[in-house]
Design a binder for this molecule. Structure first.
Ligand code: UD1
Ligand code: CA
Length: 462
């Protein structure tokens, strides 16, 4: 049986008070419409059609790489009109319709709704949940426990508004039902809109098998209409992932302040301090520690690694037992070797930093290949960017000792087992085993200090 999803994403989202089309607002780092498309694909839905309207060009641009074709709803005349815009004539089999602003729907929910629809051999199903505070949701009216109709909050009587069971906006329906009854829906209601909910009444009148499927998972009804609801959805997404990581043995000191995107994997026994942000395709091995205020994006961190407070790490590989920070900045294409140490205020970009090497303090290394057991003294700089606006490489062998305040004028090579004296400007190859130094010999002028130091006469301040 072929299943197609129709996602309604044409509305303006006025209450978001934002220039961005509503469905492009990110939840947990991903546009909400992209989340629903991914859930559909993971639930093995063969085709996803997205109805667009407001901000259609921007929405199309975002959806292009997700191979979800868009269908234009020229005027936003209501949810039934939106469904009508999805080229109904070419639909067959069964169809699941969802709102583009319900970002917490999971693949398991979708599978569940479809299998209930099949098992009960229905023509039309609407997914409902019970909410303590049903607000502006459409109310599910039942008689003798059987679904009778859906009444929009705006059109409901005070009595109907008391109903706690609401319409989630998720429907499973046979394509032929859409073909036949969508064109019959009228707009005689307070908003003068074509309501998709009227499909229930029409189907019941025509003796079709219609059922309200009450779901226990109220997250499927989490609609985003305001910035507050958007932030709440993001909180739920992070919480869900952090909870699953804790269930797998990751230790969170303050789970409510840890922002770990769903794609991030962390090994058991690792400890995550408060206020850590991890995103993209980041992986952390077992028994590692990530301290507060660290930001880690698209990086692979090994086992027993220590990331100390305030470190900013992007597209970097950090091997087992290495330690980084506090306040280190590791930029793309950097690899930190096994048991290596990168200390405070060290910046690296496009560096291969060998096993057991150390750069403890205040250093910039860029476009460099650094061997094993190298010691980089405080204040070392690779001068990789030249006046010709090109980048040049520094290559350092194994077991090199680089004294403090050294500059490497790239391109330059330092061979293994050599020593660079403190304060040296390295401009040419240092052969293996050599000591390189470029200091001006020190001159001491006896008694000169007196000539420059004035006696202190001001009594009030100095
Ligand atoms: C709709 C339901 C309501 C349900 C609620 C669940 C109707 C009449 N009401 O109300 O019963 O409880 O969803 O969230 O269906 N859209 C279009 N084109 C339009 C109008 C809307 O594409 O012309 C899209 C919107 O972008 C949105 C979705 O359809 O993603 C729902 O529209 P919205 O106006 O938010 O419907 P609700 O009033 O929330
Ligand atoms: Ca809505």
């Amino acid at each position: 049986m072929k299943t197609t999803a129709i996602l309604l994403a044409g509305g303006q989202g006025t209450r978001m008070k934002s220039p961005l089309p509503k469905v492009l607002h990110p939840v947990g780092g991903k546009p909400m419409i992209a989340r629903i498309i991914e859930s559909c694909k993971q639930a093995e839905i063969s085709e996803v059609r997205v109805v667009v309207g407001h901000g259609q060009n921007l929405v199309k641009t975002v959806l292009e790489p997700l191979s979800a074709p868009t269908y234009l709803q020229a005027n936003q005349l209501g949810t039934a009109d939106a469904v009508k815009s999805a080229d109904l004539g070419t639909l067959e089999g069964e169809v699941i319709i969802m709102n583009g602003d319900h970002p917490l729907i999971q693949p398991a929910d979708i599978r569940h709704f479809i299998s209930d629809f099949r098992e009960q051999k229905l023509d039309l199903a609407v997914v409902t949940v019970e909410l303590p505070d049903p607000g502006s949701f459409g109310r599910i009216v039942r008689k003798d426990n059987r679904l009778v109709s859906i009444v929009e909050a705006k059109d409901a009587s005070a009595e109907t508004l008391k109903i706690k069971e609401i319409n989630t906006g998720i429907y499973v329906v046979k394509a032929e039902v859409l073909h036949k009854y969508i064109p019959q829906i009228q707009n005689n209601n307070s908003k003068k809109e074509y309501y998709l909910t009227d499909l229930i009444d029409l189907s019941l009148k025509n003796n079709l098998k219609v059922q309200a499927l009450l779901s226990k998972n109220t997250d499927v009804a989490h609609g985003v209409n305001t910035q507050v609801e958007l932030a709440a959805a993001t909180q739920k997404v992070f919480k869900r992932h952090v909870t699953s990581l804790m269930e797998a043995g990751v230790i969170f000191i303050s789970p409510e302040t840890s922002y770990i995107e769903e794609g991030v994997l962390i090994g058991a026994g690792s400890v995550i301090y408060p206020n850590v942000f991890m995103r993209g395709k980041t992986v952390v091995g077992a028994f590692s520690v990530v301290e507060s205020n660290s930001f880690i994006s698209d990086s692979v961190i090994g086992e027993s690694v220590q990331i100390k407070a305030g470190s900013y790490i992007e597209q970097t590989i950090i091997k087992n037992k290495a330690s980084v920070g506090p306040y280190a900045r590791l930029r793309p294409e950097t690899t930190i070797g096994d048991s290596a140490h990168v200390g405070n205020f060290v910046e690296m970009k496009k560096v291969s930093f060998g096993n057991k090497s150390k750069a403890g303090h205040l250093t910039y290394l860029g476009d460099a290949e650094i061997g094993e057991e190298v010691n980089i003294g405080c204040g070392t700089i690779t001068c990789n960017y030249a006046a010709d606006k090109k980048k040049y490489k520094t290559t350092i062998g194994d077991r090199v000792f680089v004294g403090s305040d050294t500059q490497f004028i790239a391109p330059v090579t330092v061979e293994s087992d050599s020593i660079i004296a403190s304060g040296t400007t390295v401009t040419k190859t240092v052969p293996s085993g050599a000591l390189a130094l470029s200091r001006t010999p020190q001159v001491n002028k006896e008694g000169y200090a007196k000539k420059f130091l004035k006696p202190v006469t001001n009594k009030s301040e100095s």
